[in-house]
Every structure is written in structure tokens, then in C-alpha cells.
Design a protein around this ligand. Structure first.
Ligand code: 13P
Length: 256
């Protein structure tokens, strides 16, 4: 099937890596490597790097965002960060419900839903992650897990608000492991996510929502992973930490 008219998105998620200096240097190195590239390029950087990296990337085609935020607008929450602070520092988007947040920090769908709503209110584009564990996959529960996570994390959003949302399918067992589903299974999961969105909202909403794949993406597999019509982009962890490697993924069309 031909690709729908959605742009291709390549996201880097640096997780807890890079000082301010290293982050700024990365962006300086990346800009000339991707300035003529067609995908939309997004980098989710540590909180401390948002402002300096946004300034460095200001005239470029690279969009800077964050990896998490609190669901409250402000308050006595020691160590937490608010959407308004991220926005003010230069973030345009925020990753929410990443599997590391769900599993290591016990975030549930209800909390993620509150964060999504707060992010939209604060003018940040939410990138909402869903994905099954290996056990859930082996028990044949992948679709049920995806439906529950999508439905609950996005509960109560209007059609208009859905226009801001990006979904990322990241099977938990494929993150940082070098393992991943075969492309046919990734395609099935993406098509299923789109059906869930169509059922909960409308076909138009479903077709307008970018759905990214994440989990052990490398320059060698980017082209193959982006082939299915319902895969609109990639969310890259480990392979986003070096500018040359990440640039190869961004330039997947022209790389061998
Ligand atoms: P890896 O690309 O290192 O598998 O990580 C994927 C991920 O978690 C991106 O958010």
C-alpha cells in the first residue's frame, strides 16, 4: 500500500545521556549532516540541555523537546518539572508514557492521560508511547495491551486535541536489546493502533495521527522499518547518541 500523506518523523530519545556541552556539540555536528534531509527531525534531550540546544538549533530543521513532565501546572513537587517550564526553555514536544517511565517509575495510564492533557494545555506536542512486554506478546495479549494503553492514555481528548498527538509503538522487549518484531508484526501493530484511534474518534483522526516505531532501530534497519504504510517514523534510543549514526537514520533514503 502506498504511504499516506503523512510526513516521515525521525525522533532521537537521548534518555539520561549528555551534558550541556556534549548536547550542544552533537547538534552542531548534526546540522550540516541533515540540513537537506526530508524527514521531520526531533530530539528529546535531558532537561538541562533543552535551552542551550534549542538556541543552537534555532535556525535549523531540528525540533527540540523533553522526555517527561509532571501532570500538575506547578506546586510543591520536589524534583519535578512542569510543562510550562519546558516550553519556556524551548521545548516543542514531550515524550509521555515511555516504557521506562511506565515500568521503572510505575506510571500508569491514568497518570499518563493527565500528563497528555497538561502537555496540550501547555502548548507541548505529546508523543505518547505504548507497547507490550515479551510476556504479554507470548500470551497473545499484544492487541489488548495496545488498545488499553491507547484508549486510557488518550481518554477524553477532543478530535482537535488529537490533532496534536503523536503515538509511538515501542515493544518493551525491543528497547535496547537488539531484538525486535519482524516488520510484518510491526505493521500489524501499527494498523491495529490506527483502528483503535478510528474506533475511539474518527477515521480522519486516525489517518492524521503519526504512529512511530521504536525499539532497536539502527541505520541498517531504518529503511525496512519505514516501508509499511502505517509506520510514519522512528523513535531511536541508543543509535541517536552519535550524530553520524543518527544522521544515517535520518538519511535512510539515500543511505545504502
Ligand atoms: P533503543 O533504540 O535503544 O532500543 O531505544 C528505543 C527507545 O526506547 C526510544 O524511546
Amino acid at each position: 500500500m502506498a504511504k499516506a500523506k503523512r510526513p516521515v518523523f525521525i525522533f532521537g530519545n537521548w534518555k539520561m545521556h549528555k551534558t550541556i556541552d556534549a548536547a550542544v556539540q552533537f547538534v552542531k555536528d548534526l546540522i550540516p549532516l541533515v540540513e537537506n534531509s526530508s524527514p521531520q527531525i526531533y530530539l528529546a534531550v535531558p532537561f538541562t540541555a533543552i535551552k542551550p540546544v534549542s538556541e543552537e538549533a534555532k535556525e535549523s530543521n531540528i525540533v527540540i523537546g523533553a522526555q517527561n513532565m509532571n501532570d500538575a501546572s506547578e506546586g510543591a513537587f520536589t524534583g519535578e518539572i512542569a510543562g510550562e517550564m519546558l516550553k519556556n526553555a524551548g521545548a516543542k514536544f514531550v515524550i509521555l508514557g515511555h516504557s521506562e517511565r511506565r515500568h521503572l517509575f510505575n506510571e500508569d495510564n491514568a497518570l499518563i492521560n493527565r500528563k497528555v492533557k497538561r502537555a496540550i494545555e501547555d502548548g507541548l506536542q505529546p508523543v505518547v508511547c505504548v507497547g507490550e512486554t515479551l510476556e504479554e506478546r507470548e500470551e497473545g495479549k499484544t492487541d489488548a495491551v495496545l488498545e488499553e494503553q491507547l484508549s486510557m492514555s488518550l481518554e477524553g481528548l477532543t478530535k482537535e486535541q488529537m490533532g496534536d498527538v503523536i503515538v509511538a509503538y515501542e515493544p518493551v522487549w525491543a528497547i535496547g536489546t537488539g531484538k525486535r518484531p519482524v516488520v510484518e508484526d510491526i505493521e500489524k501493530a501499527h494498523t491495529f493502533c490506527r483502528e483503535v484511534l478510528a474506533k475511539k474518534w474518527t477515521k480522519g483522526v486516525a489517518n492524521g495521527t503519526p504512529i512511530l516505531y521504536g525499539g532497536s532501530v539502527k541505520p541498517e534497519n531504518a529503511k525496512e522499518l519505514l516501508k509499511p504504510a502505517d509506520v510514519d517514523g522512528l523513535l531511536v534510543g541508543g543509535a541517536s547518541l552519535e550524530s553520524e549514526i543518527f544522521a544515517k537514520i535520518v538519511n535512510y533514503q539515500t543511505e545504502k
